[in-house]
Design a protein around this ligand. Structure first.
Ligand code: SF4
Length: 209
């Protein structure tokens, strides 16, 4: 049986070969737009979010304009992504807090980020990694599924536990890159349903095989 070092090296080599230059797929021009886009992406796809935020962020291109627009107008625009009533409310609340408390700037502190309405640990970690380049390993549904299949965590682990284990397992300098690579691997090959295992070179480490 190959040792753990070989396993981790092989995961990194495989992902580097298959997903060399991958990154965040959410469209944004301003820091707060990313924060909002990540919040909106809960239980939907980045493509669907981009489909509504391209219009939303071009029509209301400042925090002040987003603060002024009526809740119902936001609901109408983001309706296609689902859970739109709750998400529109959160969006308005985030905008108000950013303006009132942070002078329109997105904070980098994890506690400040997670105190924003609708912003959980994963969203905060994505923002810290993407905007501030702070080493983070955000755990979404893809990262969680792949970590479990490759026995990088326990099957019953919650995202926060998986995040801790991945951070202990991989070098800090690779966390952000690996996070993106896991997501792209999960979308293209290691799908939730019917993964394309014949394209995967990590089969010997996978508990699904
Ligand atoms: S063998 Fe299949 S299920 Fe396992 S990690 Fe590879 S693609 Fe995913």
């Amino acid at each position: 049986m190959k040792n753990v070092k070989n396993k981790l090296d092989l995961i990194q080599i495989f992902l580097d070969e298959e997903f060399a230059n991958v990154g965040c797929e959410l469209h944004y021009k301003k820091d707060y737009e990313l924060l909002i886009a990540v919040m909106l992406s809960a239980q939907t796809t980045d493509v669907a979010v981009n489909g509504v935020t391209d219009f939303l962020f071009s029509k209301y291109d400042t925090l002040e304009k987003l603060n002024e627009v009526r809740l119902e107008e936001i609901e109408t625009i983001i309706k296609p992504i689902g859970l739109y009533k709750n998400k529109a409310k959160r969006l308005k609340e985030i905008v108000a807090v950013l303006l009132d408390k942070y002078s329109g700037k997105v904070p980098s502190d994890i506690k400040e980020l997670t105190s924003l309405p609708g912003v959980g640990n994963k969203t905060a970690c994505v923002v810290r990694a993407e905007i501030f380049k702070i080493p983070e390993f955000p755990v979404d549904t893809h990262v969680s599924r792949i970590s479990k299949r490759l026995n990088l965590c326990d099957q019953k682990d919650e995202p926060i536990e998986i995040e801790g284990k991945l951070k202990k397992t991989f070098e800090e300098k690779n966390w952000i890159k690996l996070h993106h690579q896991f997501i792209h691997f999960g979308r293209a090959i290691c799908k939730a349903q019917n993964p394309i295992c014949e394209k995967c070179r990590l089969q010997e480490y996978c508990n699904k095989r």
